[in-house]
Design a protein around this ligand. Structure first.
Ligand code: ADP
Ligand code: MG
Length: 205
């Protein structure tokens, strides 16, 4: 992401599959705070807020604008599933990839060697021990490195779902609350259909 504050960041690659967004639709205060986080290397960047407040879209824009190669995008559920499958089967086919990889390679190539990791939608459910441990390892291995986490949960909510080990690492960098309305609802179309008016019959005898 460019550090010039007057213009919008340039998109250097496609947005992650299934996302569509524009920097011009992001609140300039959010963009400025994100630029600060990048400049100060204040990681991780946690963005939290209501459903539909624009977290995934904003994270997708940061992904597409990141100035270095090797950016990785995972939904939290997908990342956990990929690692669990690699553990069970020895190999897993990563989304958008043609080759299978083992668990060791996921950690080394996808996590440690990436210039930016984005973990979308963390903590939608109470994690099992196995899920917890995988998420902990991811967050721990990215300590001090560019990591963006989006979540519906407030910092207090995260503390209830995860324990202190994850929460303290997650809250060590920049936290931005998207206190914004649900844009999906705002874009939704509303119709109201009522009973047809009865036309008085004037031909009655
Ligand atoms: N920067 C943006 N540019 C274009 N559309 C956006 C942007 N941010 C949000 N939206 C719209 O709002 C919807 C909800 O945003 P999303 O990022 O999915 O919210 P969240 O992840 O917080 O639930 C998107 O599907 C998109 O239509
Ligand atoms: Mg989302």
């Amino acid at each position: 992401m460019s550090s010039r504050c007057t213009d919008l960041p340039i998109l250097r690659r496609d947005l992650p599959a299934g996302t569509q967004a524009e920097w011009s639709q992001v609140d300039p205060r959010i963009l400025q705070t994100m630029r600060e986080a990048v400049r100060q290397q204040s990681w991780p960047l946690v963005i939290w807020g209501n459903v539909g407040s624009g977290k995934t879209s904003t994270a997708a824009l940061l992904y597409a604008s990141w100035s270095r190669d090797d950016v990785k995008w995972f939904s939290a559920a997908e990342f956990v599933r990929v690692v669990q499958t690699a553990r069970r089967d020895g190999q897993v086919l990563l989304p958008g990839s043609v080759n299978t990889v083992g668990e060791e390679s996921i950690w080394r190539v996808r996590v440690d060697q990436s210039s930016l990791v984005i973990l979308d939608d963390l903590g939608t459910r109470m994690p099992t021990d196995s899920q917890y441990e995988i998420l902990f390892e991811l967050i721990d291995r990215r300590a001090g490195k560019p990591l963006v986490v989006s979540t519906n949960h407030s910092p207090d909510g995260l503390a209830n779902i995860f324990d202190e080990r994850i929460t303290s690492r997650l809250l060590a960098g920049t936290v931005i609350e998207f206190a914004l309305p649900d844009r999906r609802r705002q874009q939704g179309r509303r119709f109201r259909v009522t009973e047809r008016l009865k036309i008085a019959n004037t031909e009655t005898a």
